[in-house]
Design a binder for this molecule. Structure first.
Ligand code: FAD
Length: 377
């Protein structure tokens, strides 16, 4: 299997004053954020970008009790619309965007490969946090000769301003779909996933056909900036939450001054499989009153019964708090593989019963109040 990208430390991390490290590790630009120099790790090639991140001011602003420095974003008019952009580019007339960068996000001991892919849409395919792009991989659909492949959806992992904070890029978090022969246990490249492999193998400058944006289920409700958001992810399901959290804690967005609680539960196989961990750990340090971050590492940690630690075990561990927060109006989100939901639903049902509540009634109330958001695939 061809691996396109060299292993790099994932996204946005503090760069010390050792310029040799800065030179050798980070080909991209550095962004000042909270009085430290942050490096994106991206190699941006946005020729038309007139206000590069280097010139972006850091803005010190009051978030709840703390004064933090955030990155300025533009154009702020991206926040003016009352409704999210929807289906600007359709399957029959997709937008030809350009790959900016592809980076492997996971370490050598992670099972499989997950990449962070930055796409230059030139500001032409705007989106909101929590939406998805469609991608039409190159080539012919084997099931419909003469026709393009079917579109594949990917949750957008950046805010509307993109990783370059200028509204011209969108980032995806893509796991390479591979096929293992059940008899031999060997990988069969003839059956590997078409679109995820195209994306993970693509190179800066490559053309990519995108559609969308689409999806309203996972939009971040911003009417109450002090709300609680409980975010549950397995693997690449973390994508929309990365967008939410950058909007809450990294960017200076005039229309959204988050002062509530964001609580992320991330389930992956092991430490090497963690996604955007540096970014999230930084928020934990800077916003301990506004951010909680719990990791479930199925192949490294044990649950209280001695079995593998999955996100539902973490949910069970904190169930009292979670139920109280839900009773107080918290939003709860689930994103990732379809298979995550039955285990989670069973856990929530069990906890509800232990509390003398009917889970069915509670769930229907949460749905009615628009507190329950699920996007699994
Ligand atoms: P496909 O070519 O569609 O193949 C699908 C699977 O079948 C693969 O595992 C492949 O190995 C296997 N296969 C192929 N040929 C055979 C064969 N002959 N026999 C048996 N098996 C075979 N994915 C992400 O990585 N990140 C995201 O953020 C993300 N967000 C999503 C959001 C939404 C709303 C939805 C619906 C899906 C999302 N997905 C995401 C999943 C994504 O859309 C694709 O389904 C995924 O990347 C696989 O597509 P593919 O083209 O690589 O695989």
């Amino acid at each position: 299997m061809a691996h396109s990208a060299v292993y790099q430390v994932p996204f946005a991390m503090y760069v010390n004053s050792d310029s040799s490290l800065r030179r050798s590790v980070f080909k991209g630009y550095n962004v000042p954020f909270h009085d430290k120099l942050w490096a994106s790790g991206l190699s941006l090639d946005l020729k038309n970008t007139n206000s590069g991140p280097r010139s972006r001011p850091i803005i010190c602003m009051s978030v709840q009790q703390a004064s933090k420095c955030k990155v300025a974003v533009s154009p702020v008019s991206l926040d003016d619309a009352k409704e999210p952009p929807m289906h600007i580019y359709k399957n029959k007339a997709p937008y030809a965007a350009k790959i900016v960068s592809v980076e492997r996000l996971v370490g050598l001991n992670a099972p499989g490969e997950t990449c962070h892919i930055v796409i230059d849409h030139g500001g032409n395919v705007p989106y909101w946090e929590g939406q998805s792009y469609g991608v039409i991989p190159p080539g012919e659909n084997p099931k419909k000769p003469g026709n393009p492949h079917n579109v594949r959806l990917y949750s957008i992992a950046s805010t509307r301003y993109g990783d370059s904070f200028d509204g011209k890029t969108a980032s995806l978090c893509v796991r390479r779909a591979v096929y293992y022969d059940p008899e031999t246990g060997l990988e069969d490249p003839s059956k590997q996933g078409v679109c995820s492999n195209f994306l993970c193998d693509s190179k800066p400058g490559d053309k990519i056909l995108v559609t969308g944006p689409s999806g309203k289920i996972m939009l971040l409700p911003e009417d109450d900036p002090n709300a609680t958001h409980i975010m549950i992810a397995t693997g690449t399901g973390v994508a929309p939450y990365r967008g939410y959290l950058r909007r809450m804690f990294m960017e200076s967005v005039p229309t959204y001054k988050f002062g509530g609680l964001a609580w992320l539960f991330l389930g992956v196989a092991n430490t090497d499989s963690l996604l955007y961990d540096d970014e999230f750990s930084k928020y934990l340090l800077d916003y301990p009153d506004n951010f909680r971050y719990d990791r479930a590492l199925s192949r490294e940690q044990k649950n209280k019964k001695g079995g593998k630690m999955y996100v539902q075990d973490k949910i069970e561990e904190y169930s009292d708090e979670i139920f109280k927060l839900l009773d107080g109006g918290a939003h709860i989100y689930f994103c990732g593989l379809k298979g995550m939901m039955p285990g989670i639903q069973d856990t929530l049902k069990k906890v509800a019963e232990q509390r003398g509540e009917s889970w069915e009634e509670k769930l229907s109330q949460l749905k009615k109040n628009k507190q329950w958001h699920v996007e699994v695939y």
